[in-house]
Design a protein around this ligand. Sequence first.
Ligand code: FES
Length: 87
Amino acid sequence: SFEVVAERSGKTLTVAGDQTIVEALAEVGIRVKVSCEQGVCGSCLCDVLEGEPDHRDVYLTDDEKADNDQMTLCCSRARSPRLVLDI
Ligand code: FES
């Protein structure tokens, strides 16, 4: 599991190993616009303010992934213990 801070919403949550960031956000009432839910379409793209995402999508290019300043919330996870998201 890892921690997500939803900066604009003022909420901190834990993402369990068996759930996605989108699911964990929904539990605290934060809805993310999703479409494919497989890391393909980019609908769920979100800016990352702090932390290192574990990119599992095929939407971002390798260069964009290396920047670590945005991520797809439907399938990507965290390499760092904590992510701060602009949501
Ligand atoms: Fe399509 Fe996340 S919903 S990439």
